[in-house]
Design a protein around this ligand. Structure first.
Ligand code: PAF
Length: 282
């Protein structure tokens, strides 16, 4: 197992990247908030295939959390994260402090408008502004050639793709499929909050989406019917359903009839833990 070089300041990170670029090395980047699970590890392994050098960032970004959200209790495990990163040959972990990323006086934020609306954008006001801003800052500091994101955060990936296109950022964006536990629950750092009974109920989100996908595979094309199939499976087992919606896979616009590739997305709370998941339809 090789050691991961830990870099803590934006200036040192940019110097490292500059030297790698001068040597003609391709930098693959995986931004995270730490508490790495197998999904992150598979992103890092895929990054290994994409680039000569792999950079991981670990930063629990305060600007993407609402005032009543779980910033303070968000799981943190730097030593565990570094060991997992090392196991797949990660070269650098960029682990800045809050003031490194948001020095006093910072006042520039990125607002990706249409794609950030609806779904999690409505339930978590300001969330995607925080995500887009921190990811753009990382791109400026790390200067990767390619950056990898999980498809579990489908709307986040759409926001980042839109931002990169709109701002002409020279970074290739790669989306990777969601990794799942054996019973189908999407892997997430937030799964660590679930009690054993909540963990048992949380799989209802996956089962709901799977029920919709089965109806789709059987020929159903009416969104409302597919959404109802998902809701019926989830209703009594999760504590609060934020949304189950079907949207166009590229624009994330709502669709009533599925004629083009679409995605069904769900957000629900089990106990105090809010979980999201999605599945492609077509
Ligand atoms: O998906 C995440 O973990 C975060 O939203 C990201 C992309 C690292 C930005 O803080």
């Amino acid at each position: 197992m090789s050691n991961v070089q830990v870099i803590t300041t934006p200036a040192a990170m940019s110097d490292w990247s500059e030297s790698a670029r001068r040597r003609g090395e391709r930098i693959a980047f995986v931004p995270t908030m730490g508490a790495l699970h197998a999904g992150h590890v598979s992103l890092l392994a895929a990054a290994r295939e994409e680039g000569d050098r792999v950079v991981l960032s670990i930063f629990v970004n305060p600007t993407q959390f609402g005032p009543k959200e779980d910033l303070a209790r968000y799981p943190r495990d730097l030593d565990g994260d570094l060991a997992k990163a090392a196991s797949v040959g990660t070269d650098v972990a960029f682990v800045p402090g809050g003031a490194d990323m948001y020095p006093p006086g910072a006042q520039t934020f990125i607002d990706v408008r249409e794609v950030s609306q609806g779904l999690c954008g409505d339930r978590r006001p300001g969330h995607f502004t925080g995500v887009a801003t921190v990811v753009a800052k990382f791109f400026g500091i790390v200067r990767p050639h390619v950056a990898l994101f999980g498809e579990k955060d489908f709307q986040q990936l759409a926001v980042i793709r839109r931002m990169v296109a709109d701002l002409n950022l020279p970074v290739e964006i790669v989306g990777r499929p969601t990794l799942r536990e054996q019973d189908g629950l999407a892997m997430s750092s937030r799964n660590a909050y679930l009690s054993p009974t909540e963990r048992g109920r949380a799989v209802a989100i996956f089962e709901g989406l799977s029920a919709a996908r089965a109806r789709f595979a059987a020929g159903e094309r009416q969104s409302s019917v597919l959404v109802d199939a998902a809701l019926a499976m989830m209703q009594d087992r999760v504590d609060c359903i934020d949304y189950v919606e079907i949207r166009a896979a590229d624009s994330l616009r709502l669709v009533e009839r599925l004629e083009k590739p679409a995605v069904i997305l769900a957000a629900a709370s089990v106990g105090a833990t809010r979980l999201i998941d999605n599945m492609r339809l077509g």
